[in-house]
Design a binder for this molecule. Structure first.
Ligand code: ZN
Length: 346
């Protein structure tokens, strides 16, 4: 069986839409027909060649999607044919089956344990989570990356106490999910910072109590006015080292936590004032918001199905599969929150 995929053949060039032969399933793998794929800055870094040398070219891409299981390999217990599922790069329980290779007219195309810029995909069962009834396939793509990363960075890493002050630097898809995480945790104030007014408007819609346009005013000065003494939790979601340092300086002495989510281009470094550590602030990293799909995805899904969070404004208008390069361009330019790429024609 063949499928159509958007493959990275050469970094710095648009993805190529090609026809791939799907390999037979190995133990622990599932074949999934993708309904919608998202995309995030990780794929932009990969596609533009900003993660350093890429030894896997040509390869498939994408790590957040929704779809329907068509077939399962030996040993798979997490899903059955016909199940509606979310695909995520974050490992859940179950078999780690590793990556796959596809045949492209005699050439080998590599793929990791989960890839989603394709109409059908072979994924490791531990990247598959069955969806609860009532969750839209469009919204389910957010379980793959943005919600666990952004919301998890607040809930699992920042560990807010009700009433604590939170600031979120950068209100792209992940940053907006962090804002939602602070709001559902009853934090106050919830301050959102960005360079684009259109994104700050979304942050207010998601419940931010204050917004700062850092293209017009100094964010650190303004945070100090809103929250003298600093914030309890500062979330960095920009991928810029200078902002990572700013997040630490925005945190309060004796107990403030700065959480770095963003991915900086390879080779960049961050400069910090070591005095911040002596003041009792913590600088924390996170791997996907420290999310555990089996524990956290049911919570995130129920927040969506019970309408405790409204994620619709985060999603772009649907792109057709053959518009996938435009989706990446629009994401890179900050024109959209999360691209919603419709993978199945009908
Ligand atoms: Zn991602």
């Amino acid at each position: 069986m063949k499928t159509e995929a958007a493959v990275l053949v050469e970094t710095g060039k648009p993805l190529e839409l090609v026809s791939l032969e799907i390999p037979p399933l190995s133990r622990g793998q599932c074949l999934v027909e993708i309904a919608y794929s998202g995309a995030c800055h990780t794929q932009i870094l990969e596609a533009r060649g900003r993660r350093g040398e890429d030894p896997w070219l040509p390869h498939c891409l994408g790590h957040e999607a929704s779809g329907i299981v068509l077939e399962v390999g030996d040993g798979v217990t997490r899903a059955s044919p016909g199940d509606r599922v979310a695909l995520s790069w974050i490992k859940a329980n179950g078999i780690e089956a590793g990556g796959s290779t596809y045949d492209w007219n005699g050439k080998t195309v590599n793929a990791g344990a989960v890839t989603t810029f394709q109409r059908h995909t072979v994924v490791s069962e531990n990247r598959v989570t069955v969806l609860p009834d009532g969750l839209e396939m469009t919204q389910a793509i957010l379980l793959g990356c943005a919600l666990p990363t952004g919301m998890g960075a607040v809930l699992n890493v920042g560990k807010p106490i009700e009433g604590e002050a939170v600031v979120v630097f950068g209100t792209g898809g992940v940053g907006l999910c962090a804002v939602m995480g602070a709001v559902v945790s009853n934090c106050n104030p919830v301050i959102a910072i960005d360079l684009l007014e259109s994104k700050l408007e979304k942050a207010r819609a998601f419940g931010a109590t204050h917004t700062i346009d850092s293209s017009k005013e100094d964010a650190i000065t303004r945070i100090a006015e809103i929250c003298p003494g600093g914030v309890d939790i500062a979330i960095e979601a920009t991928g810029r080292p200078v902002v990572m340092a700013a997040a630490l300086s925005a945190a309060r002495s004796q107990g403030g936590r700065a959480v770095v989510i963003g991915n900086a281009p390879k080779g960049q470094t961050v400069t910090l004032d070591p005095l911040e550590f002596n003041q009792g602030k913590s600088l924390l990293g996170t791997w996907g918001g420290d999310a555990k799909p089996d524990r956290d995805f049911p919570l995130f899904a129920s927040l969506m199905t019970e309408k405790k969070i409204d994620v619709e404004p985060l999603l772009s208008e649907p792109y057709r599969f053959d518009e996938i390069n435009n989706a990446l361009d629009d994401l890179e330019a900050g024109r959209i929150g999360r691209p919603l790429i419709k993978m199945k024609d009908s």
